[in-house]
Design a protein around this ligand. Sequence first.
Ligand SMILES: *Cc1c(COP(=O)(O)O)cnc(C)c1O
Length: 432
Amino acid sequence: MSAAGQAAAVLPGAPHLARRGATLQLEGHALAELARRFGTPLYVYSRNAMRAAVGAYQRALAGRPHLVCYAMKANSNLAVLQTFAEAGCGFDIVSAGELARVLAAGGRADRIVFSGVGKRRDEMALALEAGVRCFNVESEGELRVLDEVARAHGVRAPMSLRVNPDVDAGTHPYISTGLKGNKFGVAHGQALAAYRLAAELPGLRVEGIDCHIGSQITQIEPYLDALDRLLDLVESVEAEGIGLRHVDVGGGLGITYTDESPPAADVLVGRLLGRLDARGHGHREVLLEPGRSLVGNAGVLVTEVLYLKPGEVTNFCVVDAAMNDLTRPALYDAYMGIEPCEARPGLLPQRWDVVGPVCESGDWLGRQRDLAVAVGDHLAILSAGAYGMAMASNYNTRPRAAEVMVDGAAVHLIREREQPAELFAAERLIQH
Ligand SMILES: *Cc1c(COP(=O)(O)O)cnc(C)c1O
């Protein structure tokens, strides 16, 4: 136990979140106080945690041509994008809506890579007009459509082929997007032919190669396997006189939710650069597309305890955040840490299922958690900075939560709490 006045981290990989005495703080700000000031449910992010996370990637890449493209689907609040734009990041986008957000946040179009298996023509046109850095193309059909759209605009679309490296499932069963049989990317065996086609199409300009093998990856080996597969292709493609400027190894690095111990970003990058050097590709520009690992452990979701319902089988702790605010537990059976914002040393912990108000049995945030709580207390759901607010919905006509960014001594409201009337403002009654 830490003495009052001394801060103790509560989760590995989240050094900006600490308990000082009884009080849980993010960058020194008491979460219970922020909850009283801004209401709940409330997302709170640490700006310096985000800066530290991206800094680890960037320092490891220093001295090399590189671009870290924040995969913004993890958390697309404008102030979050602004933070990464100011840190020199590019962005990995998957829709025209995300393109509009980057531009609204002051991000540079020439640092955007456009991923996604189902880009529409109008989205391609908008991205071409904005002048994005690269289209990450996922099929032969998309190559032909992009060529047409680019020629109609009188430009050549910069492109990379997203290759499905088919990293060995037996060795790495947790990889979900880099295997044969899923919808992403061009099969490794078809990639060379696709590059030949791309090189012939007058509306395209071949720039690089990319992959993205999955998410919440906690080992380095699958990345090295995928990189080897990419480099094999790079060598075959260049042997035919088609030059490739960059290698984009995607995102997917995991974070600590409970007892995972993913490699640090600089360790992962160091190993990737080592492999590039060893194979004679040290000169090549390296792109990365991290999402979760830049924001996940920078944020928490704060919620208030509404009711305690001890039961014959299960004790329920009913809070005011729900599956619409934070979907990961309901959607993936995901474990997220839960900590009281003010510890109650005098109260004996009991075992609770922490559930929300939504009318679904799947509406839970944590199961079988030993917590000393009382009605009116605030709880923090940890590691909620990634795929939290970004996946929130208005199910049950629940206004989405407010978002706050702390930055040293400063506290910024970066998204106002929605009001119910906003939720149906676009709907129309039928006129009689
Ligand atoms: C989602 C995604 C990422 C980021 O994944 P994380 O697991 O959040 O790091 C990167 N690249 C592409 C193409 C993605 O779809």
